[in-house]
Design a protein around this ligand. Structure first.
Ligand code: MEV
Length: 330
């Protein structure tokens, strides 16, 4: 496995081996422009959502490796009979982290909890990977550079999503707003002061199936719609940096039209976007792979509560407001 930014391993540090309980976390993410097109090398604009986090803790054990996910009510020893299938991705993170750091893990208990709703477009998978990798490295007495955490999470995304762009793991591991293009190092940007409201439209199919659905519209070489996605994302990053909420809102609306044309929006997502706009949002779109899951609206700070209330009244779950560039509404 080629993992960028492998940390320098201090052998003395490792020999002493901190091997003490270690906890770490990683944030959620929301894409403002360019999802799906990102898979085909177009730019995407993504922000961290710091108020939702995955948390991992590693503690020493007398023998063997145990993985626990109390949120899922699951626990088991990887490789042992009866190890729950629902924990396989955590076992894969353990293997990837071990390979990336060049060290074996034994006699430990890995426990994972998350306030990020899984499979809803908020980067839950990448956040769990990054939190676990950080906790495992910390347990071994190592600092984990964000490049390495991102590369480990990318390997896990490949297992689950087939052909990920890398935008989720980059945003989550660096916890920064990113102007992302697959195959190039992520460019981090300083966002202006902006406020967003997010809301959940309900369960979504796996990212891999949404990416394969979009392939029909985006996968052909020279597909015209890709250049429209590209133009919107390039303008969106400028609006993000300058804190131009009106321009960003208009661009998010345009992006949503393209995502609908690709077939990854749903009536529930369209309806939540309409509710947000009617309540004063400057623009709204689905975020992530679509087919369900979260939408995101760009709002003036003073309208955030009204938009959040309208979304809740319309039946949306998990409504939250988040700020950037001053973190006003976290
Ligand atoms: C998922 O958060 C974003 C997609 O564009 C997939 C990817 O970029 O890997 C749908």
């Amino acid at each position: 496995m080629a993992v960028a930014g492998r940390p320098h391993i201090n052998m003395r540090q490792l020999a002493k081996g901190r091997k003490r309980a270690f906890e770490a976390s990683a944030c959620a993410k929301a894409i403002l422009a360019g999802e799906h097109a990102a898979v085909y090398g177009m730019p995407a604009v993504c922000i961290p959502v710091r108020s939702l986090r995955a948390r991992a803790g590693v503690d020493s054990a007398k023998s063997g490796v145990t993985i626990e996910a109390p949120d899922l009510g699951l626990a088991g020893e990887p490789g042992a009979p009866g190890f729950p299938g629902g924990l396989e991705h955590l076992a894969a993170i353990l293997r990837e982290t071990s390979g990336a750091l060049g060290i074996g893990f034994d006699r430990l208990k890995l426990r994972v909890e998350s306030s990020i709703p899984p499979a809803r477009g908020l980067g839950s998978g990448a956040a769990v990977s990054v939190a676990c990798a950080r906790a495992l490295a910390g347990f071994a007495g190592l600092d984990l550079p964000p490049e390495t955490a991102s590369a480990i999470a990318f390997e896990i995304e490949k297992i689950h999503h087939g052909n990920p762009s890398g935008v989720d793991n980059a945003t989550v591991a660096f916890e920064k707003a990113v102007h992302f293009r697959k195959g190039s190092p992520p460019r981090f940007v300083d966002p202006g002061r902006l406020t967003f409201v997010l809301a959940d439209s309900g369960p979504a199919p796996p990212t891999a199936s949404m990416v394969s659905l979009a392939r029909g519209k985006l996968g052909a070489p020279g597909e015209w719609i890709l250049s429209s996605f590209e133009e919107i994302a390039e303008l969106a990053v400028k609006a993000l940096v300058s804190g131009d909420a009106r321009a960003l809102g208009r661009l998010m609306d345009r992006n949503q039209m393209l995502l609908s044309a690709v077939g990854v929006s749903t009536p529930a997502l369209d309806s939540l976007c309409a509710v947000a706009r009617e309540a004063g949002a400057l623009g709204a779109k689905l975020t992530g792979a679509g087919g369900g899951g979260y939408m995101i609206a760009c709002v003036m700070d003073e309208d955030a509560q009204a938009v959040a209330r309208a979304l809740t009244a319309s039946g949306a779950q998990g409504v939250l407001a988040t700020g950037l560039g001053g973190e006003s509404v976290q």
